[in-house]
Write a protein that binds this ligand. Structure first.
Ligand code: HEM
Length: 134
C-alpha cells in the first residue's frame, strides 16, 4: 500500500474514533446539539477519507503521488476546519464561526476536485490489451 493511502486511513481511523466517542457522549447525555458535527466527522472524516485512501491503494502502480498528497492535504485540513468550526457554531448558532466553516468546505471541495483529476487520469490512461488489464 502506498504511504499516502496509509496516511488517509490513519486520519480516517482517528476521525472514526472521535466520531464514535462523540456519538456515545450524545447518546449518553441525550443532548443532540452536536449531531451534525458528529455525522460530518464520520462521513467526511471516516468514510470519505477512507474511500480516497482505497482508490490510491487500488491504483498504486499508476497514480500520481503528487496529486494524491495534495488531495490528502486539502481533504484532511478541510475536514478538520469544517468540524472544528461547526462544533463552535452549533451551540449558539453564532454566525462569526461561519467563515471558518466555509474555509473548511472550500478546502474539502478542492480536495474532491483534485481527486476527480486523479480519477480522470486513471480512467483515460492508455492500457495494453495484451495484459488483460481491461
Ligand atoms: C459508536 C458509534 C456511534 C454512535 C454511538 C453514534 C451515535 C449517534 C447518535 C446518538 C445520533 C443521534 C440520533 C438521533 O437523535 O436521531 C447519531 C446520528 C447520526 N450518526 Fe452516529 N453514531 C455512531 C457512529 C456513526 C458512524 C460510523 C456514522 C457514519 C459513518 C454515523 C453517522 C450518523 C449520522 C449521519 C447521524 C444523523 C442521523 C439523522 O440525521 O437522523 N454515526 N449518531
Amino acid at each position: 500500500m502506498p504511504r499516502v493511502s496509509a496516511a488517509f486511513f490513519a486520519v480516517a481511523a482517528v476521525c472514526l474514533l472521535l466520531g464514535m466517542a462523540w456519538g456515545m457522549q450524545m447518546g449518553g447525555s441525550e443532548d443532540f446539539t452536536m449531531m451534525p458535527a458528529h455525522a460530518h466527522l464520520n462521513l467526511l472524516g471516516w468514510v470519505t477519507l477512507a474511500l480516497y485512501g482505497t482508490f490510491y491503494a487500488l491504483t498504486a502502480n499508476t497514480m500520481s503521488p503528487r496529486l494524491a498528497w495534495i488531495n490528502f492535504a486539502l481533504s484532511t485540513i478541510g475536514t478538520a476546519l469544517m468540524i472544528a468550526f461547526l462544533a463552535l457554531f452549533l451551540p449558539a448558532r453564532d454566525a462569526s464561526y461561519i467563515p471558518g466553516m466555509v474555509a473548511g468546505e472550500v478546502a474539502s471541495v478542492l480536495g474532491l476536485l483534485v481527486f476527480g483529476v486523479a480519477v480522470a487520469k486513471e480512467l483515460l490512461r492508455p492500457r495494453l490489451r495484451a495484459t488483460g488489464a481491461g
